[in-house]
Design a binder for this molecule. Structure first.
Ligand SMILES: Cc1cc2nc3c(=O)[nH]c(=O)nc-3n(C[C@H](O)[C@H](O)[C@H](O)COP(=O)(O)O)c2cc1C
Length: 252
């Protein structure tokens, strides 16, 4: 089995923003929906985050809500690969989303990235980067069901190379790296090193064609989030040259 990305651009997850309707407007090879909350505990955390002004997807039934979005994107015949950025307090939440991803030909993206206190306190998001065994357990369970991406955050002073090797050995096929440098800029060397280990989506501070090409030199796919909020035609404007090439990921 393989994943075929029609081009090297990716829409990075934005909670409360990246639903099927939003994603369908962008000519990307990989559209990551969410972040979604897969169980009641994560949904409760999202409601708390909304109460202090953050955007989140709030669904009455977390799994039904995610399935609705996958169904919509399928009906719109979205041509790229679809990812589902997921937070959950329980292993069962992740595996239920993995089952949906299997049914809709999508990739689950384990969110080891968010740093809102509501999610950290229930062991979600970036907290998983400091609990590598737990993260490996989640990846291992999900990879038996569907392809797995792991979204990580750079700049935390952890051993990213050992982490990537562990995630790969646990069954992840993609590492989506927000290569942020605290204080500003992105760490292209970190992305380069991770690309030598596994398939990468390079992320952070991709804002125009030049920065996208620089990221593409060290990664397999290139993702953006904030640039799309500033300019809804962002991906149209950079879809050319090397970035317009299709890429295949053969699954082991
Ligand atoms: C409004 C907003 C919401 C976000 N929500 C999520 C999320 O739910 N899950 C996630 O993994 N990253 C989330 N991110 C992070 C982005 O996907 C991305 O990693 C980050 O913004 C850096 O990339 P950029 O420089 O292209 O914006 C969010 C970013 C923004 C601006």
């Amino acid at each position: 089995m393989k994943l075929v990305f029609p081009n090297r651009l990716a829409l990075s997850a934005m909670a409360g923003i990246c639903n099927a309707e939003f994603a369908s407007k962008h000519p990307v090879g990989f559209a990551v929906l969410g972040g979604f909350n897969a169980d009641r505990t994560a949904m409760k955390a999202a409601i708390e985050a909304v109460q202090r002004g953050r955007k989140e997807f709030i669904f009455k039934d977390p799994i039904d809500g995610i399935e609705e979005e996958l169904k919509k994107l399928r009906e719109m015949q979205f041509p790229g690969v679809v990812g589902v950025n997921t937070r959950s307090a329980t292993l069962e939440g992740y595996t239920k989303v993995a089952e949906l991803c299997r049914d809709y030909g999508a990739v689950i993206e384990i969110n080891a990235h968010c740093r809102q206190p509501e999610f950290l306190s229930i062991g979600c998001g970036q907290e998983l980067l400091f609990k590598a065994e737990r993260l490996a357990e989640i990846v291992s369970a999900c990879s038996k069901i569907c392809p797995v991406s792991v979204k990580i955050r750079g700049g935390l002073g952890i051993d990213y190379i050992s982490l990537a090797k562990l995630l790969k050995d646990s069954g992840a096929c993609i590492i989506h790296v927000d290569a942020m440098i605290p204080g500003g800029g992105n760490d292209l060397q970190l992305v380069r090193k991770l690309s030598a280990i596994m398939f990468t989506v390079g992320n952070n501070s991709v804002v125009d064609y030049g920065s996208a090409v620089r990221m593409a030199e060290v990664s397999h796919l290139v993702s953006a989030a904030r640039a799309v909020l500033k300019n809804e035609n962002f991906f149209h404007s950079v879809l050319k040259g090397e970035l317009a090439r299709s890429v295949e990921l053969v699954l082991e």
